[in-house]
Design a binder for this molecule. Sequence first.
Ligand code: URA
Length: 194
Amino acid sequence: MDKLSELEKEVLACTRCNLSETRKNVVFGNGNPGAGIFVIGEAPGFDEDRVGKVFVGKSGQLLDKIFEACNFSRDTHLYISNILKCRPPENRNPGVDEQKACIPYLLKQIDIIDSKIIILLGSVPLKVFFGPDSKITRDRGIWKNYFNRWVMPTYHPSALLRNPNLKIDSWKDFKNIIHKYRELIDPEHYCKYL
Ligand code: URA
């Protein structure tokens, strides 16, 4: 079995925190295990918990529109996962103990998939990687470094759904990501908008 499948098998049986008692499904992550871009969200919501796949609800639909505009597909260019692999009841914020239990899985995924670019969606993953003083409104759009990977924090799609005014800055960030993708991975990457 390859390393990612081995890890997935372990995570699907995880009981490290109480969320294992309330989840319907573990949401490990989906996409191309050889992707150039690793996208990190917060935690599965109602729909993801039901289906066992990342970003299949309303936020996911908006994310797909953004990726379509970038000409990035989930099957080819992207691997997507979350800070937590199980849904916190009522979609509350991930608890500190839950994060502590679950983050090692994400770090292993990052290591195995080894993508050059990481996208952090919203303030939960931003704070996990760059500390509690990080602020998504201040830090988004600025490249950061994580063990020689290029990391772009940007708004979570649920924030864009709540406040469509943020879409202008979000699109700036994704254009920036397309440029970086061309620079590091595929100079020929086509996007009809730039
Ligand atoms: N929101 C997230 O952060 N992750 C998902 O998988 C779905 C919604």
